[in-house]
Write a protein of this length. Sequence first.
Lengths: 201, 347
Amino acid sequence: MSAEPTIFVVDDDAAVGRALASAGKLIGHPVQSFASAAEFLSSYNDEPGCLVLDIRMPGMTGLELQRLLLDRGVTIPVVMISGHADVRIAVEAMTLGALTLLEKPFRLDELLAHVRKALEKDRLAREEREKTANADARLAALTAKEREVLELIAAGKTNREMADTLGLSVRAVEDRRARLMKKVNANSVAELVRLLSARGG
Amino acid sequence: MIRRFIASHPAVLALGLVALVFGVDLSLPLGVAAAVPYTFAVLIALSAKPGWVGPAVAALCMVLTIAKLEIVPERGTTEMWKVIVNRCLALFAIGMTTLLGLLRRRAEMKVRQHEADLVRMGRLAVAGELAGILAHELNQPLAAVCLQADVAAHLASDVEKPELTAALGEVVDQSRRAAEIVRSIRRTVRRAKPERESVDLNEATRVVVRLLDWKARRTGVAVQLRLADSLPATHGDRIQIEQVLFNLLQNALEAVGARDDGPRLVQIESATEGDMVCVRVRDTGIGLAEPARVFEQFYTTKPEGMGLGLAISHSIAEAHGGQLTAKAIVDGAEFAFALPVLREELR
């Protein structure tokens, strides 16, 4: 997870692969080239980065690889490239979640702009996921009773109202609340609510 | 020899025959039905290239048939009404022969026209396919050139050499221009939009079998048709669909033709399979060496083949939302061409 974001290039044409690699290096990220979708699949293991993917390849096509990644829940952002982008293919690529479809030959600026966008998207997605995982972990430490209080706080209830609902003294509620805040490491209700909204499904 | 002469000089032969029949007719009494052989002259004349020769010879024959009444006064023992009936029958025979001959000729012309259309479309498809391959193959190195030149220009920006940047810019521009040229050729050759109409696969199959009947007979192959009684229509470009069937049958015939032993049979079957209509072409030919590769461009086992027929057929099938598959069977090969049923028919 801590690996440096990498630009993964999959193109069956070696010359195009080399050109994409030298372009990718310009923005200071490591580049890994693959000659086929199968080769990429066998070595990729959810490392951060983005995928520059050719559509027309022997064996598994770019669109098939994209669909497979989608099915496996791999969310690496994809920049599609194609020799001749007909509308049908373009629509399919976009539907499968490609950021863009560049028609060969394309300019360096175009490519790099989209690759930067893709890397940024991946970074944000990973950050978001980490936050979620973090929130989930913190919330998982709570006991059932503390969680009950948590839901009520989130619903905007005062301590008195909570005490009534739970049939406890205000004092007991206050205690539980303090314990809970400490456990999830939140300093304010606002922080607590933010944590709740970050938790996963 | 004689056949070739008939084929090359039908008009001369027809007129010679007319003269001969007329001579014989004149030398016989009025009552003899010597005018009927004119029909042979008409049949021969109908095969002449210009369409008017047949009817012209027929008209001549009719005139001569009537003319005999004036020229030969002697009618032997036959009564006059019999002579007239006799002549009328001859006129009728000539007339009907001409009519039927003309109808047949028209049907033949239509078949030949259809075949010419298919061949022309086939050539166009090959040209389109070649242009497509060329466009793709050239586009790859051009993309590499373009990108590498851009990278070089980027790296050179530190060097402060405007000439270098300009030169590299030129490389980029020209490679893009080349790519655009190749692409526009491809666009021009590829037919813009296929026609979309309701197509009866049975009918298309019959048309193609008729077109290749001569080839089947020449190679001594029996073509068995087992078409489904009621086949729902499919949707697409009739000519393109016929082209696929034409390719399949032609290949089947050639596969059988390339074999000296064994049964010489091509079976064509049509059927509804789920929401697809399917035509299967099965042959007892030399079989498939590599079934997985038959749809590859430039893959061929025929010495004079280009290796594009099945590749094109495959892409036509896919463009219609259908599929074309091949498999080796005992003693031959089987191709299955499936197309989706027209949606209105499913309801």
